[in-house]
Design a protein around this ligand. Structure first.
Ligand code: HEM
Length: 490
């Protein structure tokens, strides 16, 4: 018992601490003693508080809530959590910026991560998307180079417009996403005021074994709100935590953000003859071809108690599927199926799946397999449970039921360009997006692009980028060129 009515302060081993204000010294003015366990433990523990940050999406905010099915989609997927109107599944969401490190400003011009973990009775289903329906590249081999070009330069230690635009100059497939990012939606006003997209094409399989390709769209019920370049810059300085504050306070006030989930559904047999590659992450599927069908709503209604334990240590992996949902042949997605769990093993350790935020809490048995041990293992198995399979002792066994329908594959191994469809160029959808914009939106888009390109010293990099915009739409290219030249001359 401590002297007051407050609980007793203890060491890590639970022993009472006598003095938390003065270290143990040899005499009043003397040096400190190695025997001061409390001092040593406190300093040593403090040194180990930080873990590696996420290599991308380091800065983020998280919240819990639920997903509720509002419309019957059982014709397309056998996933249990989507199987009945009214069914609710606990969900954890983490939103993030991409390029900057921890501590970077929230109001940056950058895509936003939109990662969801559905704690379903058939295991955790992770949908790790963005607030953009497309991406900059279409082969995972390019991802490390792409990210290097967007993050801090190894020499200058800061983001360099020259690197950012150089990568895009040499990656024409980025034109669609660059147009998106430089447009009005490039700086969301908050995490609550943006849509989320699965971005990739995924495969759903129904109870009859029929396959469908799907794209996910989470539409914000708060309405889309964005910041202008000037507002974003100002807010980045005055309140670098603007998105975190907004999400936290909104939920604390009981104003729960929600999103309505829609899917586009393509019967699997239609993929081969579609006019462009439906697994190309740089392209959207026009809604007139595959209209949005409503599925349910996501509501976030609870803040985590501890940001480090629950948000920093949360781990989302695109290869956490449940029966009825699986990957498509999208090459980017295939690369991501490896990258995330590997990052988690590095960042959090092999037993990160035992942390409360990551554990399959809705599965009756919890995780039940023969994986054992490793750093910080806490899972306690029955003393007679075998750690090998097959066994004769009633340990867990496979179901024999595939998670999703098989798809036929033919061809020779090797490095291949994506399958050719009639309309597969890198520019037409960027042009369509440009032509959808109002004159005011176009003005802001051009100003944002020109503001970036005018900081690039290499003329060939500037010209290649202008050529991409011109290939998307001649007017788009011409206006970017004029605006860049004006800034360069001014
Ligand atoms: C985070 C890799 C493309 C969305 C990450 C992390 C890695 C990674 C290693 C850090 C994971 C962690 O430490 O927990 C890749 C690779 C990609 C790719 C190799 C391409 C081949 C994408 C795309 C999207 C996306 C296309 C969206 C459609 C996210 C999100 C996070 C993330 C939302 C943060 C997840 C969280 O909140 O913990 N990515 N990424 N990434 N990535 Fe990707």
């Amino acid at each position: 018992m401590s002297k007051s009515s407050k609980p007793t302060l203890t060491t890590e081993a639970g022993a009472p601490v006598a003095d938390n204000q003065n270290s143990t010294s040899a005499g009043i003015g003397g040096p400190l003693l190695l025997q001061d366990q409390h001092l040593l433990e406190k300093l040593a523990r403090f040194n180990r508080e930080r873990i590696p940050e996420r290599v991308v999406h380091a800065r983020g905010s998280g919240a819990y809530g639920y997903f509720e099915v509002t419309d019957d989609v059982s014709a397309y997927t056998s996933a249990h959590f989507l199987g009945e109107v009214g069914r609710r599944t606990e969900t954890f969401a983490r939103f993030s910026t991409v390029a900057d490190s921890l501590g970077g400003p929230d109001a940056a011009r950058d895509p936003r991560g939109f990662a969801l973990k559905f704690y379903t009775e058939e295991g955790n289903y992770d949908l790790v998307g963005n607030n953009t329906p497309v991406f900059f590249i279409k082969d995972p081999l390019k991802f490390p180079d792409f990210i290097h070009s967007q993050k801090r330069d190894p020499f200058t230690g800061k983001q360099e417009p020259g690197n950012v635009w150089d990568f895009w100059a040499n990656s024409p497939e980025a034109t669609h996403q660059v147009t998106w990012l430089m447009g009005d939606r490039g700086i969301p006003a908050s995490y609550r005021h943006m849509n989320g997209y699965g971005s990739h094409t995924y495969q759903w399989t129904n109870a009859q074994g029929e396959a469908f390709f799907v794209k996910y769209h989470f539409k914000t019920n708060q309405g889309i709100r964005c910041l202008s370049a000037e507002q974003g810059e100002e807010l980045s300085g005055s309140d670098p935590n603007s998105h975190q504050t907004d999400l936290l306070q909104s939920i604390e006030r009981g104003v729960y953000p929600s999103w309505t989930l829609y899917v586009q559904v393509m019967p699997a047999a239609e993929a081969a003859d579609y006019r462009f590659n439906p697994f190309d992450l740089t392209k959207i599927w026009p809604h007139k071809d595959y209209p949005l069908q409503r599925v349910g709503r996501l509501v976030l209604d609870r803040n985590p108690d501890n940001v480090f334990a629950e948000v920093e240590q949360s781990a989302f992996s695109p290869n956490n599927f449940v029966p009825g949902i699986g990957p498509s042949p999208d090459k980017m997605l295939q690369g991501r199926l490896f990258a995330y769990a590997d990052a988690h093993r590095y960042r959090l350790g092999v037993n990160h799946t035992q942390l409360a935020v990551n554990a399959p809490k809705a599965v009756a048995t919890g995780a039940n397999n023969y994986g054992r041990d490793g750093l910080m293992a806490t899972n306690a198995y029955d003393r007679h449970a075998k750690n090998y399979e097959p066994n004769s002792y009633g340990g867990p066994v496979e179901t024999g039921a595939p998670l999703s329908a098989p798809q036929q594959v033919t061809g020779h191994w090797g490095t291949h360009e994506a399958p050719q469809h009639t309309k597969d160029d890198d520019f037409f959808q960027a042009g369509e997006l440009y032509r959808l914009m109002s004159e005011e939106e176009r003005k802001r888009l051009i100003a944002n692009i020109a503001g970036g390109l005018a900081q690039v010293s290499r003329e060939d990099v500037v010209e290649k980028n202008i050529a991409h915009f011109a290939a998307a739409d001649p007017e788009y290219g011409k206006r970017v060129e004029e605006a860049v030249r004006e800034l360069q001359e001014g």
